[in-house]
Design a binder for this molecule. Structure first.
Ligand code: ADP
Ligand code: MG
Length: 306
């Protein structure tokens, strides 16, 4: 029997292109149905967790200070995970930066093109310690006025849930704007070849990794800029409220996309030395490229080049 052609679909979600490829599925129809379900996680998570939609569950939560709010399982898990990365990173990662990001001009809804002004007051001193979880009642209490931002968690979460929908296929990839999960192998290799961009010439490949059954997530200082003249980019150090200057791009390879995505953002804030040590402590591999294109990496990273 001739192998069926590979199956590929792209949508726009979470302000980026999301592409799923399945290599030679037995049934194109089964592939289409699974990919549909995989994509629906992106829309569901975006609908609940977007800071750019005042009606999203996370923005309705951010408008209620001081009393417990019952939230969906999805939002509860996203916030729980974000708080654990905040703890692990000593607060370098902080999901309560929404107010700062909004004030710095990261407030455009890409779907409508409109600038979102939440009108919410936020306390400059608010941190992740002001978010209290109650797993029994599935509630979240915000102790101070703050705006939750789950931008460093949700793309990875969507990729992992999408991958669960594709588990009956052997060889597939999910690519959400450079945050990637790959299973099995690609079209012409025994693994997948993942090109990492040159952060100073993003249309050029800096180097290529060969990986399988892992997620590869990259954060770059070239990715998103604000519309209001803020000198930095979309990753902000909670302590200085500026963008970390010493890293141009940072790639993490980890078993899941949620872990790779969030640990990468945390390490970006920690900087090259502390960031790499942090990634090693968490048992994942990472590559950091400086603004002058000098790379530093964790001890085991080179295995992904073979
Ligand atoms: P990308 O969205 O390009 O994949 P990242 O995964 O690095 O980039 O996530 C960056 C996003 O994380 C920002 O757009 C913002 O929503 C959020 N963020 C910025 N700084 C921090 C921080 N210190 N801690 C947690 N989240 C952050
Ligand atoms: Mg990311």
């Amino acid at each position: 029997m001739l192998p069926s052609p590979s199956f590929s679909r792209t949508i726009v979600s979470m302000d980026t292109f999301v592409t799923i490829d399945i290599i030679e599925p037995d049934s194109a129809q089964a592939a289409a149905e699974s990919v549909e379900r995989a994509f629906s996680w992106f829309s569901e998570i975006e609908r609940r967790c977007s800071r750019f939609d005042l009606d999203s569950e996370v923005m309705r939560l951010s408008a209620q200070i001081g009393s417990p709010v019952v939230v969906s399982e999805l939002l509860f898990q996203a916030i729980t995970f974000a708080l654990s990365v905040a703890e692990l990173s000593g607060g370098a990662f902080d999901p309560t930066l929404g107010g700062s990001l909004e004030a710095r001009g990261f407030n455009r809804n890409y779907q409508t093109g409109e600038t979102v002004d939440s009108g919410l007051r936020t306390a400059a001193v608010a941190t992740y310690a002001d978010v209290v979880l109650d797993p029994v009642g599935s509630t979240i209490t915000l102790l101070r006025p703050l705006i939750l931002d789950l931008g460093a968690v949700v793309k990875g979460m969507a990729i992992d849930l999408a991958a669960l929908e594709l588990r009956s296929f052997e060889n597939y990839s999910i690519n959400a704007g450079g945050d990637i999960y790959v299973a099995g192998h690609g079209p012409d290799s025994d693994r997948w070849n993942i090109g990492l961009r040159n952060p100073r010439q993003p249309d050029q490949i800096f180097e290529t990794l060969r990986v399988s059954n892992v997620s590869v997530c990259t954060s770059g200082d070239y990715e998103r800029r604000s519309g209001n003249g803020f000198a930095g980019h979309h990753i902000v150090n909670p302590k200085t409220r500026r963008s970390p200057p010493a890293i141009a791009s940072l790639t993490v390879v980890a078993p899941t996309a949620m872990v790779a995505d969030a640990l990468g953002t945390a390490a970006f804030v920690l900087g090259p030395r502390r960031g790499l040590r942090f990634l090693e402590r968490q048992g994942v591999e990472g590559l950091i490229v400086s603004p002058t294109l000098v790379s530093h990496e964790t001890k085991g990273f080179s295995r992904y080049r073979q």
